[in-house]
Design a protein around this ligand. Sequence first.
Ligand code: GRF
Length: 178
Amino acid sequence: MIGVLVSGEGSNLQALIDAGLSIACVASNKDGVRALERARAAGIPTRVFPLEHYTDRAHRDSELADWLQLRGVDLVVLAGYMHLLTEPFLERFPDRIVNVHPSLLPEFPGKQAIVDALDAGVATTGVTVHYVDDGIDTGRVIRQVPVPVDPKETLVDRIHAVEHRLLPEVVRELCAAH
Ligand code: GRF
């Protein structure tokens, strides 16, 4: 079963839902985000784990892992989840946490990947789906798709379109291979 972690808009969550993948539950670090509305509209159980409610990040992450495992989750998908995960979470899902990132990693890790690619003046950027470790977008790459930077006006939309195709495809394969 798939568990999805979100923090914002949730367009990648929507792509997973639309692909018909069986999502057990959706967790967010932030309340009131559009991703939670999308999950609820699809009848998927949700819960918010705000960092402020816990003594520290490790404590929050271990409660989050408990919640996911109680719901049968054995594959965790980060779909725009904006917090780093700590060891108490990572050790519960070895090689079973994946993230989608809007660049060709290891180029342009971090929150501003598309802006950074534009600022750097590269001709090609892209999308990466990768395993998650304790670094910022440093885990082993599973699949990458290049995207030409030009025309720049449509770059963001074209990157998102690739994400919405690639993430469900890789997730489906990881489910089948398990
Ligand atoms: C996506 O661009 C993803 O690559 C990055 O955060 C963004 C999330 O968008 N990690 P959404 O919340 O899925 O719409």
